[in-house]
Design a protein around this ligand. Structure first.
Ligand code: GDP
Length: 185
């Protein structure tokens, strides 16, 4: 039976590894900074040299620690390694709603993800920079159609003004939680 843990560091019930993928410049690092530290374009550059950030959330009275990995620019050199994907149970696949080519590459990212991780990995497709609506190049319907066809969750976000950042991360985490609870012990 679950019991209350007063010290989150001492009592983690679940640890979920999540990876951020998508083209360079779509806003992966800023989404993570916004979710993990509520920062945007921080001068502290706290992410340099750090491979992942953690965020602890309560779900259904369970302490869930998300370990969220950022590519730290590796994708620029097409060098996202197998180790990056290893053990990942969920992914945020990010494109930029103002750059259609970043959306065109989504299925390639998905293929790579499914090749290197559990093929049932849960994926949240994220159309970022929705604050730049006047520059929109990817219609919402086009993204929804892809998400439905590929079995992905979908949300548009803005790391700049915080729109949907928590719902995107927490939505993915809760779907993972639900899927894990369904598995036999
Ligand atoms: P990454 O290469 O995918 O990690 O992308 P970054 O997080 O480094 O962001 C690339 C650029 O996009 C930076 O100049 C950010 O300030 C900008 N950016 C990131 N997210 C947003 C957003 O939601 N809205 C706007 N307008 N700019 C963003």
């Amino acid at each position: 039976m679950a019991h209350w843990q007063s010290d989150l560091d001492q009592g983690i019930d679940y640890m979920f590894k999540i990876v951020l993928i998508g083209d360079s410049g779509v806003g992966k690092s800023q989404l993570l900074a916004r979710f993990a530290r509520n920062e945007f374009n921080s001068k502290s550059k706290a992410t340099i040299g750090v491979e992942f950030q953690t965020k602890t959330v309560l779900m259904d009275h369970k302490v869930v620690r998300a370990q969220i990995w950022d590519t730290a620019g590796q994708e620029r050199y097409q060098a996202v390694t197998t180790a990056y994907y290893r053990g990942a149970i969920g992914a945020l696949l990010v494109y930029d709603i103002t750059k259609h080519d970043t959306f065109d590459h989504v299925e390639r990212w998905l293929e790579e993800l499914r090749m290197h991780s559990d093929k049932n990995i849960l994926v949240m497709l994220v159309g970022n920079k929705c604050d730049l609506g006047s520059l929109r190049a990817v219609p919402v319907e086009e993204a929804k159609e892809l998400a439905q066809r590929q079995g992905l969750f979908f949300m548009e976000t803005s790391a700049l003004d915080s729109t949907n950042v928590e719902p995107a991360f927490l939505g993915l985490l809760s779907q993972i939680y639900v899927s894990i609870r369904k598995e036999p012990l």
